[in-house]
Design a protein around this ligand. Structure first.
Ligand code: ADP
Ligand code: MG
Length: 255
């Protein structure tokens, strides 16, 4: 089964349980949104999927197309097809976007195979055009001095170049004005297809007007309290998260 499957996952950091028995499955070919208030553990979940070493998985499992993800190092997960676009992308001074992405793409090729420079640049420029990025960006250091919107575009550019099996986008909409949001959404939509599963994490419903999800999951206090179709996002926008917090409280009592 070609699915990213999370079962009864529990995650702790600094002796605090942040993810508390979360289950979720994202099949390839689908876009699933996780919505939830700040502090509900969305970024923690994203980082655990990518293999961040600070977080302790105390229970549950994560499999990618049937393979246990949790026993793999972060770079192995990436090479096997997991991609995480960070909520707060890091700056990498002294490393240009062109070199950074080239190394990343090269590292995914089978041993002994060389990435052709002309092929690489053709693809890079094509993807940059799609994301409305000036070619001059290729010679700038990764995220150094970038605006919030530019950082988010750079994350999506990486996604476009790496062609992962599963992409986790953590609040890719935050800090974007409406035009940048539309451009990024256009970029993500152009990457949708049967070979990729996308987990789109967001606080606000707005981006889901442009990247229409197959399913929406509401996450509160480390759990999925409700799942539904795309209309669930609109309901959340109207009703806010208070009812979801109540639902989370009830779930905590029954376990
Ligand atoms: P969200 O992305 O939904 O806003 P986060 O996953 O960022 O939520 O945070 C969930 C909770 O985990 C918060 O209470 C946060 O303070 C805590 N947390 C996250 N990362 C750390 C960390 N590195 N050290 C201590 N607490 C953390
Ligand atoms: Mg977050």
């Amino acid at each position: 089964m070609k699915t990213l499957t999370i079962e009864n996952l529990r995650v702790t950091i600094a002796d605090q349980e942040i993810v508390r028995g979360l289950s979720l499955a994202v099949p390839r070919g689908e876009v699933h949104a996780i919505m939830g208030p700040n502090g509900s553990g969305k970024s923690t979940l994203a980082k655990v999927l990518a293999g961040h070493p600070d977080y302790q998985v105390t229970a549950g499992s994560v499999t990618m197309d049937g393979e246990n993800l949790l026993e793999l190092e972060p770079d192995e997960r990436a090479r096997k097809g997991i991609f995480l676009a960070f909520q707060y992308p890091s700056e990498v001074p002294g490393v240009t976007i062109a070199n950074f992405l080239r190394a990343a793409v090269q590292s995914r090729l089978p041993e002994g195979e060389e990435l052709e420079a002309t092929d690489y640049y053709a693809k890079l420029y094509e993807k940059m055009e799609l994301l409305g990025m000036d070619r001059a960006f290729t010679s700038r250091a990764v995220n150094e001095g970038f605006s919030g919107g530019e950082k988010k575009r750079t994350e999506i550019l990486q996604l476009a170049m790496l062609e992962p099996k599963y992409a986790i986008l953590d609040e890719t909409d935050s800090g974007l004005d409406i035009d940048a949001l539309k451009t990024v959404a256009h970029g993500v939509n152009s990457l949708r297809g049967p070979d990729i599963g996308i987990l789109l994490i967001t606080h606000y419903q707005r981006i889901l007007n442009y990247i229409v999800p197959d399913d929406v999951h509401v996450m509160v206090q480390g759990r999925i309290v409700r799942s539904g179709g795309k209309e669930l996002a609109l309901e959340l926008e109207e009703r806010g998260y208070d009812w979801a917090r109540e639902a989370a409280g009830e779930m905590a009592l029954t376990r």
